[in-house]
Design a protein around this ligand. Structure first.
Ligand SMILES: *Cc1c(COP(=O)(O)O)cnc(C)c1O
Length: 703
């Protein structure tokens, strides 16, 4: 009976997918290609703009336009806006770095309904200055040291203006040829500038490599994961043709370090694969040995390792995973090695930093954001792959198209990412590279590194501070010697003052403050001023702290004891705690991660409420872009197989083997004609489970 139902389902699925295929692929591809060739052959070069007339005679002449903006008005206001931009940047240091407003500030300042009648440009600009500017965080402010730099430069702004004016949408070569071709050129340039192996570069003869601009590093992480997943699934499907995809998928496991960007976790979450977050060494780097052990352990558990996302220049502290160790392990185990160098990748244009990239020759994919550290305005996230076919096969929606893409003359970037529509982002990369020259960009990077070292030196000369990371690029992680609380106070007061802006990170379970050199033209004086502000505030915080301690110590002790009890209860109800995760208990016992000051003995309910709030706070900060606090990671995502899952899987595999045997005896069962659910296979011994797991995962013969 059950088999019958499944057969019906199977028929239904096949029929439906056939219908879909019929309705979509052939007609769509043939239609678009005929349209394309027609328009290519028939079209004439458009007349120059001066000869253009308004299409619709009913519309008032362009220059008397009442709605939007006339050409003459645009000339005028456009120039005024450029002046406004220059004035803004010139006087930006006079503003607060972060706004002094509260959530919802804007709602009551702006009408509840959109205007029916057109309004003037002047009133828009007036409101922009009056209402919007007070709510702006000024990322280009000389005292902005949070996150990473948000690239910004005049050549980039101008190129973006041109791109906006052209207003083309370049998803395929034909949709806007120059857009695709310039992207190829600049990715070849930039790839060479940062010393990528030639296999990655688009113009390498007989090469399979290629580069593409995505809108964010998160997208790069995601699409490379999809490519790796497709590749391993392809192989698994061949090996286990009767095991359902979902089951195969459930065995895949990816790796990254605990300092990897949260977008890696997000990619795995969306991609529905397990992620194991690995420990780092004392310099916050992922080492080969750690990865090797994890792979071994996971294979023994019956999992299938397939992907490693490494980081060159981690978000929290700009550490560099040791690629030269990790690379060979990925090669031996046939794992897709991805390198996320969102921030630090741009620095590789300076040859002295290239040794940090040793091992890149093992990578399958690499990404860096020139919109972070190479003066390009957001968005521009460049990404290269060693084998472009492996990327596009995971993202192409029309299988018929594959054959063309493989042999084709041109590149259709719509198959390289998630969105269809694409902006002309290569234009600003081209302008910036040309107008600064490689030398100019090298100078910019080196200057930022020098300034970071200067800041590090100032901290090291002050006994109250300690520097937590190895300062290699433009990022310094520091803290006041003392507990987390005092460091939190310091940062809160600094940010609230509006004079400077920084964000925290968590390193080795300690709260640290990140200081990043961000402004394009930052000077020694800027760095000294920043240090001065920090040092003065620290003095104040230390003083206040000395005044108000002592009294509550006993009460804190008692409240903590109860909290520990609560946590024990919570822990027992937790099905799985990753061995990689710090134990909550230990964490809470530590001095430096003590919860907020406890004024009096709290009731159990209050303690629970407080704990919930803390959990929420952690979840919230998890969403904050680029502030990676590994403790925010949800340990459940690193869920290993429990025994019940394992058994179910084994049954499925047993069925699979039975079917294979059946095939070899001349029968041909349907892929979905039998299910492990409902069948009562006598398959309970652990030994058999293990054997099956080995067959499935190929412990002896790595996939
Ligand atoms: C900033 C950063 C990201 C995220 O970049 P988006 O372009 O904002 O998605 C990813 N990885 C690392 C290492 C980063 O520093």
């Amino acid at each position: 009976m059950f088999g019958n139902a499944l057969k019906n389902l199977n028929d239904y699925c096949q029929e439906k997918s056939q219908r879909l295929r019929n309705s979509l692929s052939p007609s769509r591809s043939s239609q678009s290609s005929t349209n394309m060739s027609q328009s290519e052959t028939n079209s004439e070069i458009p007349s120059p703009p001066t000869e253009m007339q308004p299409q619709n005679p009913a519309v008032s002449p362009e220059n008397n336009k009442k709605e939007g903006m006339s050409r003459d008005e645009f000339r005028k206001f456009g120039k005024e806006t450029v002046d406004y931009i220059v004035d803004y940047l010139e006087t930006i240091h006079k503003r607060r770095v972060v706004p002094a407003i509260e959530p919802g500030y804007l709602k009551d300042l702006i009408p509840q309904e959109a205007p029916n009648r057109p309004e003037s440009f002047e009133t828009c600009m007036e409101d922009f200055e009056k209402l919007i500017m007070p709510g702006i965080t000024h990322w280009q402010h000389p005292r902005f040291h949070a996150y990473f730099p948000a690239g910004n430069s005049f050549p980039s702004i101008i190129a973006d203006m041109l791109s906006d004016a052209i207003g083309s949408v370049g998803f395929s070569w034909a949709a806007c040829p120059a857009m695709t071709e310039l992207e190829l050129v600049v990715l070849d340039w930039f790839g060479k500038m940062i010393g990528l192996p030639k296999e990655f570069l688009p113009y390498t003869e007989d090469g399979k490599g290629g580069g593409v601009i995505q809108s964010s590093a998160s997208e790069c992480n995601f699409v490379t994961l999809l490519a790796a997943r497709f590749e391993v699934m392809k192989e698994l499907r061949q090996r286990f043709p009767f095991v359902e995809d979902g089951l195969l998928l459930s065995k895949l496991i990816a790796y990254c370090s605990k300092e990897a960007h949260s977008s890696v976790e997000k990619a795995c979450m969306i991609g529905m694969v397990k992620l194991r977050i690995l420990e780092t060494d004392s310099k916050f780097r992922l080492r080969g040995e750690t990865l090797r052990n994890a792979i071994q352990e996971d294979r023994n558990l019956g999992l299938i390792p397939f992907f490693v996302s490494t980081t060159l220049g981690t978000t929290s502290c700009c550490s560099f995973d040791v690629l030269s160790e990790i690379g060979p392990i990925c090669k031996n185990n046939d794992l897709w090695l991805h390198v996320d160098a969102a921030y630090a990748g741009s620095a590789m244009i300076c040859p002295e930093f290239r040794p940090l990239m040793n091992g890149i020759e093992y990578a399958m994919s690499f990404n860096t954001n020139p919109n972070k550290w190479m003066l390009l305005n957001f968005d521009c996230s460049t990404m290269w792959v060693r084998d472009r076919f492996k990327l596009t096969q995971a993202l192409v929606v029309d299988p018929l198209y594959l054959q063309h893409s493989w042999a084709g003359e041109s590149i259709d970037y719509r198959h390289w990412g998630i969105p269809l529509s694409r902006r002309f982002r290569s234009l600003k990369l081209w302008f910036v590279i040309r107008m600064y020259g490689v030398e100019g960009l090298q100078k910019y990077i080196r200057e930022h590194v020098r300034l970071a070292k200067r800041f590090e030196m100032l901290l090291k000369n002050d006994a109250r501070f300690e520097v937590i990371n190895e300062v290699i690029m433009g990022l310094v992680c520091f803290r006041l010697k003392g507990d987390d609380k005092i460091n939190k106070s310091l940062l809160t007061i600094l940010n609230a003052s509006g004079r400077i802006h920084m964000v925290p990170a968590s390193l080795s379970d300690r709260y640290v403050i990140r200081f990043c050199v961000c402004a394009e033209n930052a000077t020694d004086k800027d760095i000294d001023t920043a240090f001065e502000i920090i040092a003065q505030t620290a003095e104040h915080v230390l003083h206040e702290n000395a005044k108000s301690s002592i009294a509550e110590e006993d009460e804190e002790e008692a409240a903590l004891e109860e909290m520990v009890q609560d946590l024990k209860i919570a822990e027992n109800t937790n099905i799985f705690i990753s061995p990689e995760e710090p134990e909550p208990l230990r964490t809470f016992k530590r001095q430096d991660s003590m919860p907020q000051k406890l004024e009096r003995q709290l009731s159990k309910d209050e303690l629970l409420a407080q704990k919930q709030q803390e959990t929420l706070a952690k979840k919230r900060s998890f969403l904050v872009r680029m502030v990676s606090d590994p403790k925010c990671y949800n340990p459940k995502i690193v869920r290993h197989l429990n025994m019940a899952n394992h058994r179910k899987m084994s049954q499925d595999l047993y069925r699979d083997r039975t079917m294979m045997q059946a095939i070899s005896h001349g029968q041909r069962p349907n892929r979905l004609s039998q299910s492990p659910i409902g069948t009562s296979l006598n398959w309970e011994t652990e030994d058999e489970d293990r054997i099956v797991a080995e067959v499935q995962t190929g412990v002896q013969t790595p996939l």
